[in-house]
Design a protein around this ligand. Structure first.
Ligand SMILES: Nc1ncnc2c1ncn2[C@@H]1O[C@H](COP(=O)(O)OP(=O)(O)OP(=O)(O)O)[C@@H](O)[C@H]1O
Ligand SMILES: [Mg+2]
Length: 481
């Protein structure tokens, strides 16, 4: 500490000598001046073995705000709020943390990197830009100064400064306000993305959940790996399961976990592959591109398909007539986006764009998808979300009723083993009906709902049995005739 103070004092003495020299050097002849300067510099290097790097807030002729200065400011922000005695607070637009703290002028904070201690100081120069004006406008030029011992030059100038710039940018990305983009034809429009879903509140098997979280985090940190193997930094997920099992909720949780933007791509609104290409190129890095219900968005010919259950008899008749007339292929297409076009873009296009992107497809009907879409490599991971199991129920009970255990749990768990109910329906029944929530009432209402589902299934089975019985009877009657 003593040595440090001594160097600090020495530094200020040298700074004063340099100031005096700057004023009086013009009175010395040129040769004498340069020789004196050389000796003086040698002396300074000997007694003051520190190197200083200065980062100005504004750079260039047009005085643009320096990217390095902003990154350093963000990087130092957490250290400043812990170490500096005087802080500045500012409101930042488009950030999830609107109040940003930084150290005030002439403050200093220490940092450590690979065992090397170094010092950041903040300062400002005030130059009078209009010295002869009656009301001179003062021009404040802020800067950060980094001071370190010259023996650490290689570590600091290379790895440390890279670390500061990278970490500063990463903090900014983490704190930025995220956006949800939707496409209206070939244009993206956005709103602020503030979905509250997290993996913690997502009801599903704990082991499966952990596997997905690990996979996402590994992906988000794998920039160097993807660069090394020469692949685009992207990963595809296919999330499938019945309606109401949490597919969309899981995508929101993924975006919240990684701090990514969401692009909800409505394929049926895209006219052709050229528009699709444009939309995909416009997506930013650190984003998730979501294509919901892929089975009803495009098929191999690019025609918009209807869900099988929605296809009414009339449509089926029309299709049959068209088939007979051989008109199948010539039908006017409402959307000329093709699956092969989509897959090509996903495979090739982003390699040139840089930055990480996730693409998530969802479907209710896995079996309807073309094998080309779901083969590994295109969709790296398949995630199945299913009916509410025991673990998922416990998560929902904790979320909705704040209960970890209850005497009714056993009964509910036994019922969930044999009855299929989606987490969405379970959640609906657990929704508190009074304030404060009465856990027993909600759990009993869930039991009632489960009993009803069981009864409905039984009745349906009876109807099916009756119908098949009738049909068999008709057949045997015909045979007898
Ligand atoms: N696994 C789950 N964990 C927590 N909440 C869930 C889960 N599944 C469903 N929910 C609740 O049910 C609602 C509907 O779920 P969600 O929209 O995510 O289902 P989905 O699988 O996307 O359905 P669809 O196939 O109809 O799009 C959500 O708002 C959420 O509150
Ligand atoms: Mg959904």
């Amino acid at each position: 500490m003593m040595v440090k103070d001594m160097f600090a004092q020495l530094g200020s003495i040298i700074a004063s000598v340099m100031f005096v020299w700057a004023i009086f050097k013009q009175y010395f002849p040129h040769e004498l001046r340069s020789s004196l300067e050389k000796h003086f510099q040698g002396m300074v290097n000997f007694v003051y073995p520190f190197i200083q790097i200065r980062f100005n807030e504004f750079t260039g002729e047009r005085l643009m705000r320096s990217g390095a200065y902003s990154a350093i400011e963000t990087y130092l922000s957490s250290k400043s709020s812990m170490q500096a005695k005087r802080l500045k607070a500012d409101v930042v637009m488009n950030s999830s943390q609107p109040l940003a703290l930084s150290m005030d002028d002439n403050e200093e904070v220490e940092d450590e990197f690979e065992g090397v201690t170094l010092k950041w100081t903040s300062g400002k120069n005030i130059s009078k830009s209009q010295p002869f004006s009656f009301y001179p406008v003062s021009d404040e030029k802020r800067y950060y100064k980094l001071t370190f011992h010259k023996k650490h030059r290689d570590v600091i100038i290379g790895p440390y400064l890279n670390h500061v710039l990278k970490e500063g940018k990463a903090i900014r990305v983490r704190n930025r306000q995220r956006k949800l983009y939707t496409n209206n034809g070939s244009h993206w429009s956005h709103v602020v993305f503030e979905h509250p879903a997290t993996f913690q509140t997502l009801a599903m098997d704990a082991e499966k959940k952990k596997e997905i979280i690990d996979d996402l985090i590994t992906f988000s940190k794998a920039e160097q790996f993807y660069a090394k193997v020469g692949r685009a930094w992207k990963r595809g997920y296919l999330v499938h399961g019945p309606p109401g099992t949490g597919k969309s909720t899981m995508i929101a949780a993924m975006a919240n976990l990684l701090g990514y933007d969401l692009y909800d791509l409505e394929l049926t609104a895209v006219k052709d592959n050229t528009e699709l290409r444009k939309l995909l190129i416009e997506t930013s890095s650190k984003s998730i591109i979501v294509i919901e219900d892929i089975d009803c968005s495009v098929d191999l010919t690019g025609q918009r398909k209807k869900k099988e259950k929605e296809k009414d008899e009339e449509d089926k008749e029309k299709d049959a007539l068209k088939k007979l007339a051989g008109k199948e292929e010539t039908e006017t297409k409402t959307s000329k986006v093709t699956l092969s076009g989509l897959l090509n873009f996903i495979d090739g296009l982003w390699s040139a764009c840089g930055g990480e992107r996730l693409i998530v497809f969802t479907t209710n009907y896995m079996e309807k998808l073309d094998p080309a879409l779901i083969r590994r490599g295109r969709m790296d991971k398949h995630i199945e979300l299913s009916y509410c199991g025991l673990e998922a129920f416990k998560v929902l009970a904790r979320n909705y009723l704040d209960v970890e255990s209850h005497y009714l749990f056993q009964e509910i768990e036994a019922m969930l083993e044999e009855i299929n109910m989606t987490p969405a329906d379970v959640a609906e029944n657990l929704m508190p009906k009074t304030v404060p929530a009465n856990a027993e009432t909600c759990l009993k209402s869930l039991i009632k709902a489960l009993e009803k589902v069981k009864e409905d299934v039984k009745n349906k089975e009876l109807v099916v049995e009756e119908v098949t019985d009738d049909k068999e009877k008709e057949k045997s009657d015909e045979k007898e005739k």
